[in-house]
Design a protein around this ligand. Structure first.
Ligand code: NAD
Length: 288
């Protein structure tokens, strides 16, 4: 069993830390907010939590991760492995890896997919970047907190994979919303349209697993008044990260850019706090 520092005990980090404690690990937790998590020892500073063999961070954004890493690298013992599970920009992820290496520490960027439900159930997917030796140290913890971990490549590769996936998810959810909104305006029964698309070439996760139409397909946020789930403002964050990364490498992503713009419109037009699949309502209300 390992001694694990866990920094950032919010909606995702809290249940992830709880699962590590449940599995018998000693977990030292820290958050700037007053948050208690079952089974873990609360500390009063980053440096106190980082005096551990493995240090996990689950924080809001790149600047915060960089700032917190400034404290972690001074406190973690040489040879410790730092695992950043936050979704952040690739550049900050690489900077965090460099800070760790300069201090004689191993590191992995390991953003997750699966949301709060996956964090609670221990069924997250981890997308990891970093050296083989670092991934090997982190892998047993990924097994506790999730059901799948893919080692995507070197430093920053996990973040790169995450934003490519979420850019595609944003595009496919908007496409799904457009198809069902058009179908409705053409007088189609949404259940019949689902029966066709979910078994035809338009099938995808957004239709088959997460259909944004109430009463159609498996249970999804559409059945709960678009309570998240995965909040629209987090999709704004992820699509903007994808477009910043695309600009940095000169990649053409016209649909990714359009999806980022539409999600920003949705959040500004009342979508904040709703599930990202609720964008169908905005699309359906618009006229050509
Ligand atoms: P959250 O806001 O609930 O949690 C973040 C926590 O970090 C908060 O409790 C906050 O107090 C703490 N924090 C902020 N600054 C800190 C500091 N300097 N030191 C210590 N703690 C600090 O957010 P969340 O939903 O748990 O998301 C965390 C990360 O996971 C984000 O990067 C997000 O994009 C990513 N993510 C979230 C989801 C989701 O569905 N919520 C899904 C996948 C990925």
């Amino acid at each position: 069993m390992s001694r694990i520092g866990f920094i950032g005990l919010g909606n995702m980090g809290g249940p992830m830390a709880a699962n590590l404690a449940k599995a018998g690990h000693e977990v030292l937790g820290f958050d700037v907010a007053d948050i208690n998590v079952d089974g873990i020892a609360r500390t009063t500073s980053v440096t106190e939590a980082a005096a551990a063999d493995l240090v996990i961070t689950m924080l809001p954004d790149g600047p915060i991760v960089r700032a917190v890493y400034g404290d972690i690298v001074r406190a973690a013992p040489v040879g410790a492995c730092l695992i950043d599970c936050s979704t952040i920009d690739v550049e900050s992820a690489r900077a965090a890896h460099e800070m760790a290496a300069d201090a004689g520490l191993l590191s992995v960027d390991a953003p997750v997919s699966g949301g709060v439900g996956g964090a609670t159930a221990g069924t997250l997917t981890f997308m990891a970047g970093g050296a083989d030796a670092a991934f090997a140290l982190a892998a047993p913890l990924f097994d506790v907190m999730g059901q799948r971990a893919v080692h995507c490549g070197e430093a920053g590769a996990g973040q790169a994979a995450k934003i490519c996936n979420n850019m595609l998810l944003a595009i496919s959810m908007i496409g799904t919303g457009e198809a069902f909104a058009l179908g409705q305006k053409l007088g189609l029964d949404p259940q019949k349209l689902f029966d066709v698309i979910s078994t035809s070439s338009g099938h995808c996760w957004s239709v088959n697993t997460y259909c944004p139409v109430k009463g159609v397909g498996p249970e999804s946020p559409a059945d709960k008044d678009f309570k998240p789930g995965f909040a629209a403002e987090l999709m704004v964050k992820d699509t903007q990260l994808s477009q910043n990364a695309a600009s940095a490498v000169g990649a053409s992503t016209p649909l990714g850019q359009h999806a980022a713009d539409l999600y920003l419109d949705f959040v500004k037009a009342g979508g904040k706090g709703k599930d990202f699949s609720g964008i169908i309502e905005m699309l359906a209300q618009r006229s050509r």
